[in-house]
Design a protein around this ligand. Sequence first.
Ligand code: NAD
Length: 470
Amino acid sequence: MSEKEFPYIDHIYHLQRENRLAIQRTTIKERIQLLKKLENEILLARDAIVDALHKDFRKSKIEAESTELFPVLSEIRLFIKNLKDWSASKSVSNNLVFFGSKAKIVYEPKGNCLIISPWNYPFQLAVVHLVACIAAGNTAIVKPSEFAPATNQVLNSIFGKVFESNHVQLIYGEVEETTYLLSKKFDHIHFTGSPKVGKIVMAAGAKHLASVTLELGGKSPLIIDGTLDIKTVVSKAIWGKLINNGQTCIAPDYLLIKEELKEEFISTFIQHMEKTFGKNPMESPDLARIINLRNFDRIQSLVENAIDGGANCPYGNEYVRSELYIKPTLLTDIPDDAEILFEEIFGPVFPMITYQNIQEITKFINDREKPLALYIYSKNQELIDFIVHNTSSGAVLVNETLLHIMHPNLPFGGVNNSGIGRSTGRFGFEDFSHSKPVLQVNQWFSPTKFINYPYTGFTQKIVNLMMKYL
Ligand code: NAD
């Protein structure tokens, strides 16, 4: 529990707690209207959002629009199109025990929710889960990361134009404010961030038995078996890693590459980097910066720890601290105990691990925490199926990286250390709803007509039939 009290947090919290039943009763039409208003305000703030993301960590306009604005707009439009259908009660079929009964699932809003988001996609991750939250009929306090202050200001201004405080309110804050918020009773907490803080959030939720969704991170492998054209593989791998400068929860964290491809991969990697970014990638407007010095130092020390232990570095390992710039870096021959093989990198560094047979791949992955994503570049279907069925990860994506997050009909989420629960689209709607079973039993054929006191030989016969046939 936080030592300090925050009266303005108490004020917002009580407003929303008191208002949650009124929000629950809002119609689907009203919620869709609100989503349209949110879409409109986001479009009006397009330039301001892009500028803010550039200010926070020099994100390029194209990445800001395609990875922050577009996913949010597309989620809003998906909800506008499908909310009526998703929120309608769903009838389910009966078995003989409930012959003639009416059985359905009713989607009940969870109530007052807390959404905590990280800094790496500060616009997208603060809004995308809010869409599901309000569409499902909940109130929300949104606590974004303190490390993207310019984006937070724009977010606050958009929320202020669209929502009343007793429905949705952004609350700025660092660990102290978040700890204070987490001490309160919420009906649902949606957290996006590191596994370390995820554990704190889950423990806080347990105090009130709040349901908790955790969207976490981890080390996502990228397997390359050499059955695809190496130039294409290198170019796609570099894009997947360098987008947002490696600060992406589903970035390919390390490469698992067939031993005999090693030298060809290294030379193709260097050629591709020089062709795309020139001799000095720092001059490229396409590369974002590391968010802050803490992360800059952490990444540099991961690389240095590997090199001190004997790793080779055919490309990169250059730093400009004042610019928060780390040159994209390739590491090979990494010692087994190097920290970089265990900690999520979250930066532009590619550790390369070589394998000789498929069992080495699954062993390497299964010896570690379950990743958020697992990538395979291959056209060997046998290898793909083997990996899918012999490893555990939040998702598997074949022949691309990152893109599964944009699929409208697939859930997004991790497994254990990389996350608990499912987000986005219909899965996000269900995550912010209580799927309540409602069963209305047919009085003419009620089970208790057949099984009731006093128990007789006839009752036993009924039970015997049930045991045999139902
Ligand atoms: P973080 O866990 O440090 O912070 C996330 C949020 O928690 C922030 O709002 C922060 O203010 C708050 N917080 C930090 N320490 C806290 C504490 N002790 N008590 C209470 N709240 C606290 O994560 P980050 O550095 O902002 O983001 C990077 C991490 O997020 C990476 O691990 C990344 O993989 C993960 N991530 C996951 C997803 C996903 O969808 N699965 C998306 C983006 C980032």
